[in-house]
Write a protein that binds this ligand. Sequence first.
Ligand SMILES: Nc1nc2c(c(=O)[nH]1)N[C@H]1C(S)=C(S)[C@@H](COP(=O)(O)OP(=O)(O)OC[C@H]3O[C@@H](n4cnc5c(=O)[nH]c(N)nc54)[C@H](O)[C@@H]3O)O[C@H]1N2
Ligand SMILES: Nc1nc2c(c(=O)[nH]1)N[C@H]1C(S)=C(S)[C@@H](COP(=O)(O)OP(=O)(O)OC[C@H]3O[C@@H](n4cnc5c(=O)[nH]c(N)nc54)[C@H](O)[C@@H]3O)O[C@H]1N2
Ligand code: SF4
Ligand SMILES: [Mo]
Length: 863
Amino acid sequence: MADFVGKAAGLSISRRNFIKASAAAAASLSLAGCSNSLSTVGVDAALDNGEKWVSSACWHNCGGRCVNKALVKEGMVIRQKTDDTHPDSPEYPQQRACLRGRSQQQDVLGADRIKYPLKRKHWQPGGGDKSLRGKDEWERISWDEALNYVAAEIKKAKENYGPQSIMSFARSGWTKNVLYAYGGTTTHWDTTSLGTYYFPWEKIGMLKQGMQTANDRFDLRKSDVIILMGANSAWSTAGLYSYSFLQAKKAGAEFISVGPNYNAIAAALDAKWIPVHAGTDTAFLLAVAYTLITEDDPVSNPLIDWECLNRCTLGFDADHMPEGAKLNENFKDYVLGKYDSIPKTPAWASKLCGTPVADIIFYARKIRKDNKVTMLHGTAPARCAGSEDFPQIFSTIGFMTGHVGKPGHACGNAYKGQSNAGPALVKAGSSGLPKVNNPVKDCINGPNLWKSILDGKYLYTGNMEWLPGEWRDIDIRVLYTEDKATLQGIPSMTYGIEAHRKVDFVVTQTFNFNTQAKYSDIILPITTQWERPGVVMTFDKEAILVYSQVIEPLYEAKSDQWIAVELAKRLGVDVEQVFPIDEKQQFFNQIAGSTVISEDGKSYSPLVTITADDIVKWGVKGEPQAGRIGLQEFIERGAYQVERHEGDNYGYYAYEDFIKDPENNPLTSASGKFEIYSDWKADTLNNTGIANMTFKPYPSHTVAPECYEATFSDWENQVKGDYPYVVTNPHYLRRTHCNQDNLPWLREACLNPVFLNRQDAEKKDIKTGDTVLVWNAHGKTLRQASVSDTTMPGIVELPHGTWVDIDEKTGIDMAGTDNVLCGPTTSNLGVSGYNNYVCNFEKYQGAQLIPDYLKPQQVPKVI
Ligand SMILES: Nc1nc2c(c(=O)[nH]1)N[C@H]1C(S)=C(S)[C@@H](COP(=O)(O)OP(=O)(O)OC[C@H]3O[C@@H](n4cnc5c(=O)[nH]c(N)nc54)[C@H](O)[C@@H]3O)O[C@H]1N2
Ligand SMILES: Nc1nc2c(c(=O)[nH]1)N[C@H]1C(S)=C(S)[C@@H](COP(=O)(O)OP(=O)(O)OC[C@H]3O[C@@H](n4cnc5c(=O)[nH]c(N)nc54)[C@H](O)[C@@H]3O)O[C@H]1N2
Ligand code: SF4
Ligand SMILES: [Mo]
């Protein structure tokens, strides 16, 4: 079947009209007085007849949400552009797309689309030859056959082994809801993005992780010093956030970046780099606390904000302990070495973190109380085994120095755009679909998921509840995936492949041949968001995006929801109960329910004006309403963005009310204060049974089963072991997790090497471009090296999310897959330790890899 990108090339906009369009763009820009010559405001003015820009979804879980538009001619997409709805300015920035958004056309229209339902050749009801999963050929089948097979396998599993024998993986709840209504499924929980920040830290008084733990973006410009700890918005949160940092830089802020590499945002901001081994931030901050405590003098050298500390926290020292504390220990005396005879000095931390002593002291002095400091963390440092105490110590340092709740002072999250913290100014409405509850409570922790399926038993600790662990039997027969890439995304892929080859039936809904599809029995081809009625999405607090249908469904693809409804009919589930309204009505409901904040920043009202005519034209149910923007205009613009300016009513300072008046605005902890000492924390962590580490009620140093210290066979004498390096998994520009990893354009733009430190590489005679074998106890993978000084010695950076490609003869993955190496080892909280597992590497003596973009796209072999 045709490659639609090729077809689109033949339909491109005529040169005459392109020149006309560019001229119109230039004119509109000079009228607007905007100096940004890259923008194309007004380009629509000169389109050929029949061409139309349609707001086109970029829907992956990427940390951004941008305006993307597709130029449609004769039902085919011929170009893309980004936000030109208004001139760009720091106050009112455009929501511009990144390279992945602009490549979305190759994802949707690519030759690698799954075109019709597929069945694995050697699959038979009950499994067939299961060992061929991942390497079998494929046969085209009809939708009826496919759905009947799927329904029959689900029925059989439920009737013979109970609903808990079905395991569903889903981000969105379409088929998942049908399976829940049919009796439920086993699920899994994983600490994916936030790592140990998923723990309910509200119970010790921290603000709930979300968009509100630091200050509004305008406030960044008021800080003298901005610290980014394990955050790289330049790669992982494209758009506004890096731009906000650049504005703060222009306003004079000094930037410091802390972590195992000098990353892209650090380079863009010319930040000072403080190198810290992955997974050792707690030790680093303990030494920062030591320096603050020992150097502080309230008169001659005021570093600590004693007033803030004493008024707002508990557990810092013997005079401020919570009532009924079980342990007669406090944070300060621990740091000074009273209990273990180990003062947590910079020299002590330097050995653990690889950070020069001078840098630790520099950090402590820089955050002195009378500097205006914003301390922002990403969540990469919390995606490490043994990083349980990182959230508590990070906030402890903030409260010690008083960088909380005031203009120019903040201590919170910068992960995925939270450098623009505060309540959303514009909110999406709900689709109106009912929530369906899952009657099955079985829920397995991510790092141990595949091994649990193989072993037939797992440690139940609730669904992210960290209950005292209880062993349960489990017998999984069916794996059902929609809108997830679980085999790709969960640690321990070698066990994962074995588990996929064990169960009776594996089915995946997908539009391309991703890892999950490759190891399935039946693939159900879905439409992309470009082929569905539309969707409203938000991410940044200031903007709401509305995406419309761009093209008709390609080939035989159907929406996830259509599949869910067809399955519901075959399983005898009441469709009305799960999908009482169709997809168009759901889209309309999202629009009609969208709200925007009033100019005084106090209340919300409907965003979109909808007339009785609109309702008739759309063929939906609804009431006319008055809003800020007309329906047609909203759809055409593809976005609504609240216009901001310095001093507007939308500013936000996290913890502001509490800091001003803690008595009347208590935090969510039992004491109402920020708890540097919490028995609840220690007891909960120490009772999960997931690992055998011991945590103190206050932040302390611990050693996880895989971590930097575990790279030594003899720590005291500094003798390295079998796996002397620590791996981190940067979230990589080429793709969003595994989305778009199959696209030739992006493969060519971003080569996906393994990043190695120069000294480490030189010792092994490895140069940039050489193929390197990276291995550990869990697996082996190959990648070309990129050698530089921007990675710390001892660190191996293996980008996250590439599509696995196992050579069945050698067992070596040819693609550089993170989860081939990231294993089932974890710490008490069950965190997926993506950023501090151990490995070794060497120059590969076999055939050298060719660049990924020269390899054929991954497609099923259909016979
Ligand atoms: N291009 C792209 N963007 C994405 C994604 C993607 O896959 N691709 N995924 C999205 C999702 S869901 C997420 S969760 C986010 C993740 O977004 P981030 O957490 O920002 O991404 P990372 O690249 O994992 O880590 C950021 C930085 O932290 C450093 N780091 C790693 N470990 C440690 C550590 O232990 N301590 C310290 N101090 N620093 C450390 C890394 O070297 C890196 O420079 O990205 C989102 N955006
Ligand atoms: N080793 C290691 N593992 C990691 C990480 C790491 O840093 N290191 N990062 C972790 C993080 S932070 C995250 S958030 C997770 C992400 O893990 P996942 O959420 O599993 O990853 P995605 O790649 O986003 O999965 C989405 C899949 O759905 C498909 N898809 C896209 N749109 C649709 C749709 O509309 N319908 C259907 N049915 N399918 C669709 C895509 O092709 C893609 O395969 O990975 C985690 N895994
Ligand atoms: S991938 Fe994310 S950051 Fe890039 S254009 Fe799409 S929505 Fe924006
Ligand atoms: Mo994530």
